[in-house]
Design a binder for this molecule. Structure first.
Ligand code: ADP
Ligand code: MG
Length: 184
């Protein structure tokens, strides 16, 4: 059994989505891969900004659409308390990649084994190669007036996990996300 029930949270502003990311970041350990899914403008890069901020990154985090992967060196002390310092944050955007082979070629799998945590935008397409053990986060925007593209500031974030990797942390994750939880 690898399927856990999803954790669903909702946010009402970009800053709130950053706060959700900032609550998740301290639970991450080297080797973790977070797959961010959701349409353009749903908030994947915004999530990455909050995640990076919580890890002490001061450089502005922008979409890596053209660079594919950005690498941020972390002050390992940030997470030394957990006994497993994070050395690096990888922020990838695989939107422009056409094949799973190209995603494999990015080498994210090897990089995270060496002390990194990875955030992958459009991660649902990477699921077949990076999904095992990953945390998946799907961001859904709401259309306030029913017109597609005319979005308001609410987002639903549906979090799932694959495999046992997050099993021990699942209850803790639900706990830290409680302030934004959608019940039922
Ligand atoms: N609740 C929210 N969560 C995240 N972003 C939001 C929210 N409300 C409004 N926004 C805005 O939506 C946009 C999301 O853009 P971005 O994070 O680049 O999306 P993506 O990377 O998924 O294409 C930003 O302009 C952000 O300020
Ligand atoms: Mg983006």
């Amino acid at each position: 059994m690898t399927q856990a029930s999803a954790i669903v949270v909702s946010t009402s502003s970009a800053e709130e989505t950053r706060a959700v990311a900032g609550a998740i970041a301290p639970l991450c350990v080297p080797g973790d891969v977070l797959l961010l899914a959701g349409d353009l403008g749903s908030g994947k890069t915004t999530f990455a900004q909050g995640f990076g901020r919580a890890l002490g990154i001061v450089d502005p985090i922008t979409s890596p659409t053209f660079t594919l992967v950005r690498q941020y060196e972390l002050d390992g002390a940030v997470h030394a308390a957990a006994g497993q310092p994070l050395k690096t944050l990888l922020h990838a955007d695989v939107y422009r990649l056409d094949s799973l082979g190209e995603i494999v070629d990015l080498g994210l799998g090897e990089l995270v084994e060496d002390g990194a945590v990875a955030l992958v935008e459009w991660g649902d397409v990477a699921e077949p190669v990076l999904g095992d053990g990953s945390l998946s986060l799907r961001l859904d925007a709401h259309s306030g007036n029913g017109n597609p593209g005319d979005l308001d500031d609410r987002r639903t974030v549906t979090i799932g996990r694959s495999g046992p990797r997050w099993a021990d942390r699942w209850a803790r994750l639900a706990e830290v996300l409680q302030p934004w939880a959608v019940d039922g």
